[in-house]
Design a protein around this ligand. Structure first.
Ligand code: ZN
Length: 451
């Protein structure tokens, strides 16, 4: 099945967003033409993306931004009509130009304009149009396309859209692979001294138990993580391989214990780089970190998530592309859960500054453990509720639920046991929605992009 779209002027922006909405979100092929004659004689179900009416054909009157090539402040305001929240109202069977509105969100248009950065220099959730309009927690683009299917079928009842299934993409950031092991003699002594001076007796005991009595390190929670994903999708682990600095506290890549851990996890899971805080100011650092991980695994590194979610668009993505990264998982906010790009579907990055699409695939995540625990300061029960709401909103549109956790969240002590339970709760909820058949689909979605 194909959909024929007419557009007076086919631009990079229009072609990109049409392909995303139909081929990525709805999994249906499109044919785009600027020939009125071909369009009028086409036997396919049709959409008219122009200002001129064509009898009996669903029309979307263009907002205009997809025909532009510059970046400028654009006024956006939400309208609510027939149960739908949208912007870029137009003469359309959908009541708005959903092509332009979706492009505005997934291109991250507003992040190219001037904004007040947060204390780490980032574009913060609270700056965003979706947060300000209380829509950040909804995969709004996917909701629009669900509505599109219903309205389009009133014109073409014979159209059957392919079934799209809910899927799950678990990911883990490894900022500190171990709490005490692999730190080296001097850093160990320093840490010991610091614990004593600051009166952290439980830490002193933990350190002694781990180093001297050879007990399990408190951040060594990998057995738990792997076991909890058995019969589910294998997670992706992103490793921080950095020289020590204020915000980069990882174990050095030359430590045997870290290399062994990475190799062990890579047998059944996917491994990516977690570019350090320092790498943002120096591309040579980024290049070296990727090289170090690549040397450990003896393979090319193609997946990445920025440490501290340090993402400056388009600069960060341009650098990652330069060093061979093809999949990035940074699209989300630290301080709020939800959908930074308005979608729970992966999409190729469109570089607005060059006005061109790229081959870098962006996987948006919906929730991070630190957002729930630290930024929103939720209790474990409140966190479970928030996670459930997100899973339901994604299931409602059969999208991809991507989660972000840290190995440091699961030490087996009293306080953190509660957060293991939150994680277990999340997996239980997901299992309710996954059948053996769509677990396979989930694996396929992840792996197909690794080729
Ligand atoms: Zn990190």
């Amino acid at each position: 099945m194909q959909i024929q779209i007419f557009c007076d002027k086919i631009t990079e922006r229009f072609e990109y967003i049409a392909k995303f909405l139909f081929e990525q979100v709805l999994k249906i092929e499109t044919k785009i033409t600027n020939s009125r004659k071909d369009f009028l004689t086409s036997k396919l179900p049709r959409i008219n993306y122009s200002k001129h009416r064509i009898a009996d054909v669903p029309q979307v009157s263009p907002h205009g931004m997809l025909f532009e090539s510059d970046i400028r402040p654009i006024s956006v305001s939400i309208t609510k009509k027939n149960e739908l929240d949208f912007f870029f109202e137009s003469d359309s069977f959908m009541d708005f130009d959903f092509f332009a509105a979706s492009f505005y969100l997934i291109s991250r248009y507003e992040e190219y304009l001037s904004y007040t950065p947060d204390n780490h220099g980032r574009f913060g959730a609270e700056e965003s149009f979706l947060f300000k309009n209380n829509l950040l927690h909804r995969p709004i683009i996917n909701e629009w396309m669900k509505c599109f299917k219903t309205r389009f079928c009133t014109f073409y009842p014979e159209v059957i859209f392919p079934e799209v299934k809910f899927s799950f993409l678990p990911t883990f950031d490894i900022d500190n692979a171990f709490a005490y092991r692999g730190r080296g003699f001097f850093r160990g002594i320093l840490g010991f001294g610091r614990d004593i001076v600051t009166g952290r007796l439980s830490s002193v005991v933990q350190r002694v138990k781990t180093i001297i009595l050879n007990k399990k390190d408190k951040f060594d929670t990998y057995d738990y993580i792997i076991k909890s994903h058995k019969n589910l999708t294998s997670p992706i682990f992103f490793f921080l391989i950095a020289s020590r600095s204020k915000y980069d506290t990882s174990i050095q890549a030359d430590k045997k214990i870290l290399r062994e851990l990475i190799k062990k996890l890579s047998v059944e899971n996917n491994i990516g780089i977690h570019p350090s805080y320092s790498s943002n100011g120096d591309t040579e650092i980024l290049c070296n970190e990727i090289k170090k991980l690549s040397n450990v695994l003896e393979t090319k590194i193609t997946q990445s998530r920025q440490h501290f979610l340090q993402l400056k668009i388009p600069e960060t993505y341009e650098k990652l592309i330069k060093y061979g990264i093809t999949n990035d998982y940074t699209m989300g906010y630290a301080s709020q859960v939800g959908f930074r790009a308005g979608t729970c579907t992966s999409f190729p990055f469109f570089n607005l500054r060059k006005n061109k699409p790229t081959n870098l695939l962006i996987y948006p995540f919906a929730v991070m453990d630190a957002t729930l625990k630290v930024y929103l300061n939720l209790s474990p029960n409140e966190a479970c509720k928030k996670i459930e709401e997100l899973i339901v909103s994604i299931k409602n549109v059969d999208g991809i639920f991507c989660s972000l956790w840290h190995n440091e969240t699961f030490p087996n002590d009293e306080n953190n046991a509660k957060w293991r339970k939150v994680h277990d709760f999340m997996l239980e909820k997901i299992k309710n929605w996954l059948t053996p058949d769509n677990i396979h689909v989930t694996k396929f979605i992840v792996l197909s992009y690794f080729l």
